[in-house]
Design a protein around this ligand. Structure first.
Ligand SMILES: [Zn+2]
Length: 367
């Protein structure tokens, strides 16, 4: 090696770290820009300070002799560290998303009749999706399953039913699809009325007092399946029970002036309601729910109308009224409607509003 070459080599080895030197290769430049806080980690002073020194004072630059091997090692180590960190946080991010959606999907609850549906949606609030199974104007006494209803049953994790023969169809459908669907009864805590044939009367939700018990039962079911929203369910339950009790008070007070509280209804759905407000139902137009009465039975109805001086018979939107209309004309009684709400009502309706409306119709018949 000649003298000139040695001099050049020495010059290169001792060349100070300058910005111009760092800019020589694009790769090094990128590394410097991205990793400059780490670039001089082996220096006793903070990296940012070195950077300023380098820019301002060429004498300071000379204290950092070029060491490409070291620089490259720092660069690769830093790059690897960044790669590991980015990969780690990306994995955490993507693993976290499915876990979140799995732990808190919105609970889907279905209820058979409108009162159960409305009570459930009041307690659920925004925390659960609540479906009504029985379509508008259907009656529990002649209800037939449709593919649309079966589809709703399949999508629900919880089905709130009357728990009696009246909506026993929910059980067979859920079994048919072997779906993990809980079918529960809203009847616990309710003192059931029994018909003469010893079958339980399924219309217990037509008592507002019973509705408060139903609300408590439904809240317990929702909390057991979705404990995360326990506080909200309990708050909604309390608020809704207050509304129910307020409606119950209104009905009691509105009926107070009427001592004779006799009504005839289309079918035997109103025992619980009558029991709450001291109404007397001497007979119903249909002997068997959903079936037209025989002539012999109708004679008994005529007799009760005369004995009790009945002026109005209450029909129901879910049942056929053809025969009842003829009968009313023949026997000089008027017709009015009260709604036992078996099938779905419009979304704007509410159980409480319909109960108040029913009361209004009954009071009108007393005037
Ligand atoms: Zn009924």
């Amino acid at each position: 090696m000649g003298r000139y070459q040695k001099k050049q080599l020495l010059k290169r080895r001792c060349r100070p770290v300058t910005l111009r030197g760092l800019h020589k290769a694009a790769f090094t430049k990128a590394a410097f820009l991205i990793f400059k806080p780490y670039y001089y980690l082996d220096q006793p002073e903070p990296a940012a300070l070195h950077y300023l020194y380098m820019k301002k004072n060429s004498a300071t630059k000379k204290i950092f002799p070029a060491n490409h091997g070291r620089d490259f090692f720092i660069f690769i180590t830093t790059l690897t560290a960044w790669f590991v960190l980015v990969t780690f946080f990306t994995c955490v991010y993507f693993l976290a998303i499915p876990r979140n959606t799995n732990t808190s999907p919105k609970l889907v609850v279905a209820a058979t009749t409108f009162p159960l549906f409305d009570i459930t949606r009041n307690i659920a609030g925004d925390n659960a999706t609540v479906l009504q199974l029985m379509p508008p104007n259907s009656s529990i006494h002649n209800f037939e399953l449709t593919p649309f209803v079966e589809e709703k049953i399949q999508s629900a994790q919880l089905i709130i039913s009357l728990g009696l023969e009246a909506d026993g169809w929910t059980k067979s459908v859920a079994e048919k699809y072997a779906k993990k669907t809980f079918i529960v009864s809203s009847s616990p805590g309710i003192s059931l009325h029994y018909f003469n044939n010893n079958l339980p009367d399924p219309h217990y939700a037509l008592s507002i007092k019973n509705a408060t018990t139903i609300a408590q039962t439904i809240a317990r079911y929702l909390i057991s399946l979705d404990p995360e929203h326990k506080n909200q369910y309990e708050t909604n339950e309390q608020l809704y029970i207050q509304k129910l009790l307020a409606a119950d008070k209104i009905i009691t007070e509105e009926l107070l002036p009427f001592k004779e509280r006799k009504i005839i209804t289309q079918h035997n759905a109103w025992w619980y309601f009558a029991h709450d407000y001291n109404l007397d139902i001497p007979i119903t137009f249909q002997e068997t729910a959903g079936k037209n009465p025989e002539d012999d039975y109708l004679k008994k109805v005529v007799s009760e109308i005369q004995t009790n001086k009945i002026k109005t018979i209450f029909f129901e939107p879910q049942l056929s009224t053809e025969l009842l209309k003829k009968f009313a004309t023949q026997n000089n009684v008027s017709l009015s409607s009260i709604d036992p709400m078996d099938g779905g009502e419009t979304n704007e309706s509410s159980y409480i509003a319909i109960m108040l409306e029913n009361t209004k119709k009954i009071i009108e018949s007393f005037q």
